[in-house]
Design a protein. Structure first.
Length: 580
């Protein structure tokens, strides 16, 4: 084997890993939207969790990516430890799909049909279709499809290049002796674990083993222990992803490791017993691409069959290995590991935004209540609510900016931008609620209060503002376009109410029924409430932005009246409802 063969082998390996990576990323982007619906169907049912893990891994071609997702889901509270165990077991079976696809590279025969099944025959066509889709079509979906086809073509070309380059190794004594060493099962397991830990993909390491089988030096006695070790090595990705997460997420990563270690020990014992008492001749035969795929599948199915019924015992074991800490565990609202699947990370952002909306609305209601009855306890609750909305905006804003920097679909980019706008408006509503509390404190400290007529008028305005908060937030969280269009008419009614209340206050000042000091507080309250209405209109308009695939919120503001034929009727209804 010459230096040029070594360079060719390295180049083939690089192409293989690169093709697998870009194909997996494109598959994740295209499958991401369906992952949301899969998440909603997660139950404690073993079969449902198992099939979900199998299906997701078969689609995105990576058990490591699935497991990292699961760790992120558990860390974010989207999934329980019990559900995660079943999904992880399914992922281990799902990853065998890749080895079956790669086994096509070992097809031999002169028959035309057999020749057409060889990747070298059809991957050039896939590459041609892929480059046309990627370079000449504008749709992001078609570009991703092109990337999937190109990735697969590069992967198979790299596999073929590796297989061709290593064929010369069959005449190298040191290489043959190396695989004789791996017939020692312990060494074989270690070799498989180390190789997979380096490339961080069991699918990739199985593919490398299939390429090396072209030399004829890889026997089944050496291949099977290596395959067992590969399943242990792939756990490194999940373990790394669990660093800095909560205890249940760390337990999930530990489940993945224990599943593969226990499964490997069990299968290794079975393998040694078969070798000792039966010594089948196939163990000394040269492994093929197809044979390695079969071994990989058998191993994972046996492991799952042994451990799936013991999922509760496995959960108890990891709970002992990763016990509850004495200190109170810090709540993690968003997990960067979820960015492995951007659509799921985006769904988590929407879920956290819903929590922020609930806190914002509650803080507003507390702000209204404190105007009627001031207390230091109520003041502290409002301060805490406002601080929490600030925290939500910081966490969500930082996360969404990082998420937007990834390669997202156009719809995902628009949704991330919509969330960024909405959380900014919600945070400002929290600020105005705090201002209401400060106004109440100022009146309390001065021993002043609003007149009865002013309180009645303010109750009308705060009720209207309460409704616009509820309507706009529901429209945003439910992506309800019809509900979003009801916000602008109500916002105009609130504007008119503010002007009317300001005029009535001037009349009270002139009549001496209101003091100038109270007048300043009254003016600030009206301005704050009117601005809350404006922010709610922005939140609702972001729903309309998404429906138009448009990021220009000001442009949509000008179109609202023309677009909503019921605007006048809705405005009149709100005007009658909140008549002074």
């Amino acid at each position: 084997m010459s230096i040029f063969d070594v360079l060719t082998m390295i180049g083939g390996l690089c192409l293989f890993l690169f093709g697998m990576n870009i194909m997996g990323e494109a598959l994740e982007r295209r499958a991401g939207s369906s992952l949301r619906s899969l998440l909603e169907k997660f139950t404690s049912n073993k079969l449902a969790g198992f099939l979900t893990g199998l299906g997701v891994t078969a689609v995105i071609q990576s058990s490591s990516a699935t497991t990292v997702m699961v760790v992120g889901f558990v860390n974010s509270g989207l999934m329980s430890l019990g559900q995660a165990i079943n999904v992880i077991m399914g992922a281990n079976v799902g990853t065998t799909v890749t080895s079956w696809i790669l086994s096509l590279g070992g097809i031999e025969g002169s028959n035309l049909f057999v020749q057409l099944l060889k990747p070298t025959s059809f991957t050039p066509i896939l590459a041609l279709i892929g480059i046309i889709f990627y370079m000449f079509l504008g749709s992001s979906k078609k570009k991703d499809l092109g990337m999937i086809l190109l990735g697969f073509a590069v992967l198979m070309f790299g596999m073929d290049t590796m297989s061709g380059a290593v064929e010369g190794l069959k005449d190298e004594t040191w290489f043959t002796d190396l695989f004789l060493l791996f017939t020692n099962p312990i060494l074989g397991v270690l070799a498989g674990a180390i190789l997979t830990a380096i490339v961080q993909s069991s699918s990739a390491s199985v593919g490398i083993l299939q390429a090396l089988s072209a030399t004829g030096s890889v026997t089944y006695a050496a291949a099977f222990p290596i395959i067992m070790g590969q399943n242990i090595g792939t756990c490194i990705t999940a373990i790394m992803s669990s660093i800095g997460t909560n205890k249940n997420a760390r337990r999930t990563a530990m489940v993945h490791l224990l599943f593969n270690v226990i499964g490997t020990i069990a299968c290794l014992v079975i393998f040694l017993l078969i070798d000792l008492f039966l010594a089948p001749a196939i163990f000394d035969q040269s492994a093929t691409h197809l044979g390695i795929a079969i071994c990989h599948t058998i191993f994972n199915i046996v492991c799952t069959s042994l451990l799936l019924p013991c999922d509760k015992l496995l959960a108890k074991l990891v709970c002992k290995l990763v016990p509850d800490g004495k200190e109170e565990e810090q709540v993690v609202e968003l997990d960067e590991h979820l960015m492995a699947v951007p659509s799921v990370a985006l769904e988590r952002c929407r879920s956290v935004t819903a929590d922020m909306a609930a806190v914002t609305k509650q803080t507003y209601l507390q702000g209204v209540a404190i105007l009627d009855k001031y207390s230091e306890e109520a003041e502290e609750e409002i301060r805490q609510g406002e601080r929490l909305t600030d925290h939500y905006e910081d966490v969500l804003g930082s996360y969404l900016v990082k998420l937007s920097a990834l390669e997202l679909t156009e719809d995902a980019h628009l949704e991330a931008a919509s969330l960024l706008k909405a959380i900014g408006d919600m945070e400002r509503i929290g600020d105005h609620s705090r201002n209401m509390m400060e106004a109440a404190r100022e009146l309390h400290e001065k021993g002043s209060s609003l007149s009865d007529s002013a309180k009645e008028e303010l109750a009308v305005l705060t009720a209207a503002v309460g409704e616009i908060i509820d309507t706009s937030f529901r429209a945003f969280l439910e992506n309800d376009l019809a509900l979003a269009r009801q916000v602008e008419p109500l916002e105009e009614v609130i504007d008119d109410l503010k002007d009317e209340l300001r005029t009535r206050h001037i009349v009270r000042l002139q009549g001496g029924s209101c003091t100038i000091e109270t007048g300043f507080v009254w003016s600030d309250l009206l301005t704050g409430l009117e601005r809350i209405g404006d922010h709610c209109a922005n939140v609702a308009n972001s729903v309309i932005d998404l429906s138009h695939h448009n990021r220009n919120i000001h442009e949509n503001n000008h179109l609202l009246k023309k677009e909503n034929p019921d605007f006048a009727a809705q405005f009149a209804a709100y005007q009658a409802k909140y008549r002074l």
